[in-house]
Design a protein around this ligand. Structure first.
Ligand code: FPP
Length: 239
């Protein structure tokens, strides 16, 4: 297991069921982020990627977007010392130029402070959309081809991968989504080609270390074939 991704869903439902504001749901979600990161570090998971804000989330009500942005800013400020202490290196993927200046600044500070971390790489997907990332990567790859005077059919999957925001990271082995929804919602769509998917019915604020362990236990018994024959040779298809 090298890379786990989380689609953190259900903050709003968690809040509604308790008669609280959506913002308090996101605040409770930030607590889960803290717990999940610490657990991933304890387990020695090399890469952890969290879908924190999608390109589509920009269309939410202005007040909710602002509350989420200030939450990110505060979280980055308050969590950085703990991340440094645990050897976590912070990274971010997405169309970061759209983020408010304050969030970008907090992100840059956190990335600089944690740059020497040799443990878990924590990637926040912020203003992130898989299609947007893919279009940006394809454009860059096409520009490289044109600059080298090569024709379009010289474009390779490797060249696209090398121009994605996740360049240099292994593809996710496991993607966990909370709150009972069963879809990727534009998260790491290229990189998830062979990812195992795990759905938890818990909302994100309710998601615990034990739930994380359950997802990992479920993953550990999956047989990954990558489109090839069953590695256990149970069904060789030769009979
Ligand atoms: C989806 O729940 C969650 C989000 C759009 C935001 C995720 C943000 C956090 C978990 C909080 C902070 C994150 C960091 C990294 C500090 P939803 O609001 O769509 O839930 P709903 O579908 O039940 O309404």
């Amino acid at each position: 297991m090298r890379h786990v991704g989380f689609i953190m869903d259900g903050n709003g439902r968690w809040a509604r069921r308790r008669g609280k504001s959506r913002t308090s749901g996101h605040q409770a979600g930030a607590e889960t982020v803290r717990r999940v990161v610490r657990h991933a570090v304890r387990l020695g998971i090399p890469y952890l990627t969290l879908y924190a804000f999608s390109t589509e989330n920009w269309s939410r009500p202005r007040l909710e977007v602002e509350a989420l942005m200030s939450l990110m800013e505060r979280f980055l400020g308050s969590e950085t010392p703990g991340l440094v202490e645990r050897g976590v290196r912070l990274a971010a993927i997405g169309d970061l130029a759209r983020l408010p200046a304050k969030v970008l600044k907090a992100l840059d500070r956190a990335r600089d402070a944690t740059a020497g971390g040799a443990g878990t790489v924590l990637t926040l997907a912020l203003s992130y959309g898989g299609r947007d990332e893919l279009v940006r990567a394809a454009r860059r790859a096409a520009e490289c081809l044109a600059a080298a005077g090569k024709p379009p059919h010289a474009l390779t999957a490797e060249a696209i991968g090398a121009n994605l925001d996740t360049a240099g990271m292994p593809d996710p082995d496991l993607i966990v989504r909370t709150a009972g929804e069963r879809r990727l919602s534009n998260f790491l769509i290229w990189q998830a080609a062979y990812a195992e998917l795990y759905w938890s019915d818990k909302t994100w604020p309710e998601f615990t270390e034990d739930d994380f362990d359950l997802a990992l236990a479920d993953y550990s018994v999956r047989v990954r074939k990558y489109g090839g024959p069953d590695p256990a040779g149970i069904d060789t298809g030769t009979k």
